[in-house]
Ligand binder design. Sequence first.
Ligand code: BV8
Ligand code: ZN
Length: 254
Amino acid sequence: MDDLDPELLDLARSARTVTVLSGAGMSAESGVPTFRDAGTGLWARWSPEELATPEAWEADPELVWSWYLWRARQLRRLRPNAGHRAIARWAERARVQVVTQNVDDLHERAGSEVLAHLHGSLFAFRCSACGTPFPEALVPGLSPEHPVDLAEPTRERPPVCPACGGAVRPSVVWFGELLPEGALERGADAVAEADLVLVVGTSGLVQPAASLPLVAAGRGIPVVEVNPEDTALTPHADWAVRARSAEALPRLLP
Ligand code: BV8
Ligand code: ZN
């Protein structure tokens, strides 16, 4: 990784109110497959965009439920990385608002508060019929001590809603579904009030999350992108740090 521009380092050190917009690349170095490569093993036959949809759920709830349960169980065995920890430490020096597209809990487990999970959470569940929340503790095989063979995910039936008998689903946002009430607005407000916006590990392909960095660009708020690759957001960034987040963030952030 190249040396960071001293002007960028000053910007990061002097920022008082920072908004972090994170995507799947933030968790990649913790071992969480991004959407592009989540289709491994049993899932190789499907693209995540096919599975993360209401249509896939209607067609085969067991398949979709098994995929999410496998991902949640995998997360239970993974850890936040140095990038997550650098963002959590930054909050000791500045007001840091984290807005993530990720459905994992790695920011929280590193010590950050998350202002908005734009696409929901792998660890929240509700009835797909009546919407009644379903406690995580009742989801089979999610507790860390549950011996699960992640290499060979199995097909499992979703739990049954005690209130109406409906099938329980993960409270993630599927393609074609609306974001959680108020999440996008909180994200846009956090960007508009920031004196620095850090966009980490997102290809900027999924709307409306990808529109958030543009709220900054429109206000002359500096946008820093941390990503090994160019993305759809690069043209809207003032700085592009072409590096992995777990490598760059500990060097960029105070
Ligand atoms: C909605 C939860 C209103 C589920 C997810 C046509 C044009 C424009 C928009 C649309 C369209 N057709 C449909 C739409 C709307 C659609 C959309 O945007 N589609 C896209 C694909 C075109 N959006 C929606 O449906 C949203 N809802 O719009 O509601 C509405 C209602 C009805 C009808 C129409 C509209 C809901 C979208 C939410 C979908 N759910 N996740 C789950 O997790 O299973 S999105 C999911 O994919 C992830 O959350 C992630 O955000 C996104 C992309 O996944 P990845 O590619 O893995 O991640 P990312 O994009 O972040 O890329 C990884 C990046 O990391 C890369 O750039 C890589 O270089 C970088 N990287 C890799 N390693 C590292 C790294 N960076 C740093 N360090 C590293 N080590
Ligand atoms: Zn129900």
